[in-house]
Design a protein around this ligand. Structure first.
Ligand code: TYD
Ligand code: MG
Length: 458
């Protein structure tokens, strides 16, 4: 028996304390400490191997030129959007964490990855969540025809790893890391110690066998994967599967990637027969736009390196309350409050007695200020009941003085807007310098202040 020791671990951030404490001094969470017993040597040993691919080869210095390039050995999954997020396919011996809210489609995505693999590629799917029958049901629904998928219903991670070693599949999937446990650790599955230890063991298995391992993890309410940040340090790649459950669109984003850029995203839509790739997200996000209605504006956002056109909708109504409502879906509500204040102060628009609702079509969340201009103009457009020029795309950040500020990668955004048939592109003056020439029928309208925009598009 290895020596065991008792410690208290914060279930929110993984901070370890020898005593129980009420408030975590690391992350500030209350009542998050749970007593955990751990084998004293295992953690160090497992974590010591992090990131170092030994593959059983004796370690001695080698020339860079003698090392075989990894790029050629990537495994394509047949799902372009998935390969793109990974940086060009699955890397042998890598461990990838697939995180996301429960029910967002992680298991479905992995099942489809299996479907897309080359015929003859074996996959081991270790499930601690669903029964083999449930998995079969899903596989049938997704039209999984190949017979090379092996299901193992198991929650003991050591048994799972034995199976990986003895079967030696081309790909192993663990669904989910929160259900896995090591018998030597006494805390419950899903606790920080269990999750961390199980992942470290899987990491070792991936590195020594060269088999890529995908680990599915549920995101906790704080948005951290499996509670602790420690997991993100162990694995090679973190893929986040995001989206609103009530909307069809899903974005797969690499938030960490040892084997590629973290700028790439993949876009999917959830249908009755599984996830479908969305190669042209802009077309989809604009497909339901009612061009002549007031309060609708189009902007170009950047998701990683990919420009995507989205529709912003605003509804401004007379409020029957003394303090009017401001409801924002898909954008920072404080930023919208700031834009409303700028409209009032700089353009003299009276919005103090109006309820304002902002919605980003398609359930997207925009986290960059380049959408400011479109949001401000959609509010103004609905307030005045004047539709915005349907051929206009509005790009720009707005400052407190009402000035329109430059945005990064304006050329990419403008190119996407032109591709989608927009003819009038309103953009920050400061971005004009880097703008290439455009076709004659397209007009670029550089602006420096919000005041100028009104007459251009309304
Ligand atoms: P699932 O992959 O089980 O989510 P996770 O593993 O992230 O918890 O998928 C969850 C949702 O996806 C479920 O609510 C049903 C829906 N779904 C479809 O709409 N179409 C399909 O073909 C499949 C398989 C699932
Ligand atoms: Mg699942």
């Amino acid at each position: 028996m290895p020596k065991t020791k008792t410690q208290f671990v914060c279930q929110s951030c993984g901070y370890i304390s020898p005593r129980w404490i009420g408030k975590c001094s690391e992350c500030g969470e209350w009542n998050s400490f749970i007593e955990e017993t751990t084998a004293s040597t295992s953690g160090d040993r497992a974590l010591g191997a992090r990131g170092i691919a030994t593959n059983g080869v004796a370690t001695h210095p080698v020339r860079l030129s003698e090392i075989a390039s990894l790029e050629e050995s990537r495994i394509a999954t047949g799902i372009r959007e998935f390969d793109r997020a990974l940086g060009g396919g699955i890397m042998p011996g890598s461990i990838v964490l697939v995180g996301g809210d429960p029910g967002i489609g992680k298991s479905t995505l992995m099942m489809q990855v299996v479907r897309g693999l080359l015929p003859g590629s074996n996959t081991l799917y270790v499930s601690g969540e669903e029964s083999p029958r449930q998995l079969k049901n899903r596989a049938e629904r997704l039209g999984l025809a190949n017979d090379n998928l092996y299901i193992l219903s198991e929650t003991n991670v050591e048994t799972a790893i034995e199976a990986i070693r003895s079967m030696s599949p081309d790909l192993a999937i663990i669904d989910s890391i929160q259900t896995m446990y090591r018998p030597v650790i006494e805390s419950a599955p899903g606790s920080v110690s269990q999750v961390r230890e199980a992942t470290a063991l899987l990491m070792q298995a991936a590195k020594t066998t060269g088999i890529p391992v995908f680990v599915i993890g549920h995101v906790t309410k704080e948005g951290a994967i499996a509670g602790p940040k420690v997991l993100e340090h162990i694995v090679d790649t973190v893929l986040q599967f995001e989206g609103e459950r009530t909307h069809a669109y899903r974005i797969l984003r690499a938030s960490k990637n040892r084997y590629g850029s973290t700028n790439e995203i993949g876009v999917f839509s959830m249908t009755s027969h599984g996830l479908e790739e969305v190669p042209n997200p802009s077309e989809v996000f604009l497909s339901e736009r009612r061009k002549e209605s007031s309060g609708s504006a189009v902007t170009a956002i950047l998701e990683g390196t990919r420009p995507i056109l989205v529709e912003i909708q605003a509804l401004v109504t007379n409020s029957s309350y003394s303090s009017p409502q401001r409801t924002v879906t898909g954008y920072d509500a404080r930023r919208v409050a700031m834009l409303v204040a700028v409209l009032e102060k700089r353009l003299g628009t009276r919005l103090g007695h109006s309820d304002i609702f902002i919605n980003i079509a398609g359930g997207l969340f925009i986290d960059e200020p380049a959408a400011d201009l479109a949001i401000a103009m959609s509010i103004l457009s609905n307030h005045l009941e004047l539709p915005i020029d349907p051929a206009a795309c509005l790009i720009g950040e707005i400052g407190l003085g009402g000035e329109v500020r430059a945005v990064p990668q304006a050329e990419l955004r403008v190119a996407e807007a032109i591709k989608l048939g927009f003819q009038h592109i309103v953009l920050p003056q400061a971005n004009m310098k880097s703008m290439p020439n455009v076709a004659e029928k397209i007009t670029l309208r550089p602006v420096a202040h919000l005041e100028e925009v009104r007459s251009l598009v309304l």
